[in-house]
Write a protein that binds this ligand. Structure first.
Ligand SMILES: Cc1cc2nc3c(=O)[nH]c(=O)nc-3n(C[C@H](O)[C@H](O)[C@H](O)COP(=O)(O)OP(=O)(O)OC[C@H]3O[C@@H](n4cnc5c(N)ncnc54)[C@H](O)[C@@H]3O)c2cc1C
Length: 138
């Protein structure tokens, strides 16, 4: 980390949130001379506001694959980087009450399953058993 900005670099990454920091880290590991510019402090944007939920249930292939790679790293984070992240694999439950959303999620689940993500559609009864504090009315 430096406060003096070098006058040249192979790559300049603008923004020290999780995406910019990860990109800069991996580029540096691959041998690039990287400069990262952050206007505030690292992680001060959306990154510090994230609730900490991690999942691979996305509706497009790129996001699913990116999430799968991220989850692999999160699972080995302490071993790789020496920092515990208190990862709990408790699943991720979406509650839907709209027929269009159900159709969209069914398509997304088929995509996720085709990429090896073990997601599934469940009924309100099973949702209530998995997460007893939710209301399944409606
Ligand atoms: C309330 C909330 C809850 C969320 N919960 C989750 C969650 O549970 N799980 C999840 O996966 N995601 C969650 N997200 C989304 C997640 O936080 C973002 O997708 C992620 O942090 C985006 O990272 P980023 O690096 O792209 O952006 P940011 O973290 O916003 O980083 C961008 C950085 O760029 C800097 N910057 C901008 N312009 C310039 C400039 N011109 N020069 C220099 N620096 C600049 C900013 O200061 C900032 O630090 C949540 C988001 C919010 C807001």
């Amino acid at each position: 980390m430096t406060k003096e900005v070098p006058d040249r670099a192979d790559v300049v990454v603008i923004g020290g949130g999780v995406i910019g920091l990860s990109a800069a880290y991996h580029l540096a590991c691959a041998g690039s001379d990287v400069v990262l510019l952050e206007q505030d402090t690292f992680g001060s944007g959306s990154t510090c506001k994230a609730a900490g939920g991690v999942r691979a249930q996305f509706s497009d292939e790129v996001n699913v694959r990116l999430a799968q790679r991220s989850l692999e790293v999160f699972g080995r984070f302490e071993e790789l980087y020496g920092q515990a992240i208190d990862l709990h694999r408790v699943g991720y439950l979406f509650l839907l009450d709209d027929a269009q959303d159900v159709a969209d999620f069914e398509r997304a689940v088929a995509l996720q399953n085709s990429l090896g993500v073990p997601t599934r559609m469940i009924d309100p009864g099973e949702a209530g058993r998995l997460s007893p504090l939710i209301s399944t009315e409606g």
